[in-house]
Design a protein around this ligand. Structure first.
Ligand code: FMN
Length: 495
């Protein structure tokens, strides 16, 4: 179902047991983040802190703390995400944003001296952070010539009641700011907090500069995003957002920013970053302030990076027929960024290593494991089994030395990194010289029986096998040998 706004998404999560309210008093200095991190560690619920010390505005956190919840916001599942997100992209143009006269985000308008960001329970996330950060942002700018909307997620460091720092990598927001600065003009920017989930996910997806991110969000949720004009700047923002912060990024002004705990789980270094001078705050009645937990996995930033799987899939799709690429999975322990498992239908010699070289051309991925179709890429025991029994050290490990990574990776020097690929596929032809055993994996057809029929009171959760096992495997309780079509086995089943 498409969610019109953040609060209807929260209600839905609550109805599904995916959000819990916390009534006891909590401190926004470290405590709310610590509680939310622990909930995320257990893949637990999103939290709604009703009673933040010194505040009447409630604080939500960990709303996007699991891939399941991220996907619920887009009416999909982690397993179907890549396919559905790509299908959504094909609807771009059918649900373009519409400009409306008024919207809930205008229920309260604060300008001039009254502007004070401290009205919201902005948090201090990790001990060595520089200070208070707003991080669940949807930063909206418009291209100075085409007026195309660009939305992205960037943290804001609170310098003072009406000024923040703004840290960004050289993505679209940076390019647009530079366009204004080259004209000697400040860049107008509006920050939506508590936007609907499709808009929030569009903001965390990097798209070409000429593509409108609200059109993308509309296409994903099959419903146009309604926009209203800001009060003090010429920018259009989601009308249903909880809070809008309007302001200007003045040319060439920079102040120190960070340390801040990054999605890699390490503190980033202090650096100079542009400033954002706030000119107005508008908000809904009874606004909800949203926050995000970043840090070592699992955190809340990482589930939102699920969109990177689409990027890797797109890179593969250009080289391989769709039916060969069965799954692309960025592991949570690899920050949903660095480590990737690709499940393929291997059809020719060398296929596994060709997939490795394609995936490693994508800047974000540092390590890739390529597995056969009988391995569930999302099941770490199965992946480790394939790694342990099908990958031969020197021969099946591919290194790319001194290539481009990302500066936030602590293993880099000047963003230069060494990448690795592990071919965990079984041989075809002579691409691997191994023991013949490698072609005789054993699969127990456990899906054919119900343990509840044998053990009283046992609730059996049926799991479908990844590949259709041959007819003989349906024999209850017996291990069988299943080989891909065309392969010969010398193994005999006992009579
Ligand atoms: C929770 C979260 C926080 C993020 N914080 C930042 C940040 O502070 N700076 C940054 O450069 N990118 C950050 N990102 C990544 C960008 O939002 C992302 O790359 C986005 O696609 C950039 O969009 P753009 O190319 O339209 O500018 C964050 C992403 C998420 C999901």
């Amino acid at each position: 179902m498409p969610f019109d706004d953040f609060r209807s998404f929260l209600s839905y999560l609550e109805s599904q047991g995916e959000l819990k309210r916390v009534t006891r008093e909590v401190d926004r200095y470290l405590e709310t983040t610590l509680v939310a991190k622990k909930s995320i560690d257990f893949q637990g619920p999103a939290l709604w802190f009703e009673n933040v010390k010194g505040y009447r505005v409630p604080l939500t956190v960990a709303v996007y703390g699991t891939q399941k919840r991220v996907c619920m916001g887009l009416d999909t599942t982690p397993e179907n995400f890549v396919r559905d997100y790509m299908a959504g992209s094909k609807r771009i143009g059918q649900y373009d944003p519409v400009l409306v006269k008024d919207g809930p985000c205008k229920e309260n308008i604060i300008t001039g001296d009254a502007v004070d960001l401290n009205m919201f329970p902005i948090t201090w996330h990790a001990k060595k952070d520089r200070g208070w950060y707003i991080d669940a942002t949807c930063c909206v700018v418009q291209h100075p010539v085409t007026r195309v909307h660009n939305a992205s997620v960037h943290r804001l460091y609170i310098h003072k009641k009406n000024q923040t720092g703004l840290w960004m990598s050289p993505f679209n927001l940076w390019h647009i700011i530079m366009m204004y600065w080259e004209r000697g003009e400040p860049c107008p920017m509006a920050v939506a907090i508590g936007a609907d989930p499709a808009t929030m996910m569009a903001a965390s997806t990097s798209m070409p500069l000429d593509e409108d991110e609200f059109a993308f969000a509309g296409a994903q949720r099959r419903k146009p995003v309604e926009l209203v004009r800001c009060e003090t700047i010429d920018v259009e923002v989601p009308a249903n957002a909880e809070i809008i912060i309007e302001g200007l990024i003045p040319p060439h002004e920079r102040l120190p920013e960070a340390p801040f705990v990054e999605f890699t789980g390490y503190y980033g270094d202090e650096r100079l970053a542009p400033v954002f001078n706030v000119t107005a705050i508008t908000h809904r009645n009874n606004p909800i302030y949203n926050d995000i937990v970043t840090g070592p996995p699992p955190d809340e930033n990482q589930p939102m990076l699920i969109t990177n799987q689409v990027e890797v899939y797109r890179a593969l799709e250009r080289v391989f027929p769709q039916e060969c690429i069965l799954d692309v999975y960025l592991t949570p322990g690899g920050c949903t960024y660095f480590d990737c498992v690709v499940r393929i239908k291997k059809v020719y010699p060398g296929h596994g290593k060709q997939v490795i070289s394609t995936v490693l051309s994508y800047q974000g991925v540092k390590n890739v494991w390529v597995v056969d179709e009988d391995i569930d890429a999302r099941n770490h025991i199965q992946v480790e089994w394939a790694f342990a029994t099908r990958c031969r050290g020197r021969d099946d490990v591919v290194f790319i030395q001194d290539t481009l990574g990302i500066p936030l990776d602590p293993t880099t020097t000047d963003s230069v990194v060494t990448k690795m690929g592990f071919d965990c596929t079984r041989p075809i032809g002579l691409d691997k010289v191994t023991s013949p055993m490698i072609n005789q994996p054993c699969y127990f057809p456990t899906h054919t029986i119900n343990l509840g029929d044998y053990i009283e009171g046992f609730v059996d959760t049926y799991t479908k096998p990844l590949i259709e096992l041959p007819e003989e495997s349906k024999i209850t309780g017996e291990g069988i040998t299943h080989l891909p079509t065309g392969m010969k086995s010398t193994a005999q089943r006992p009579s």
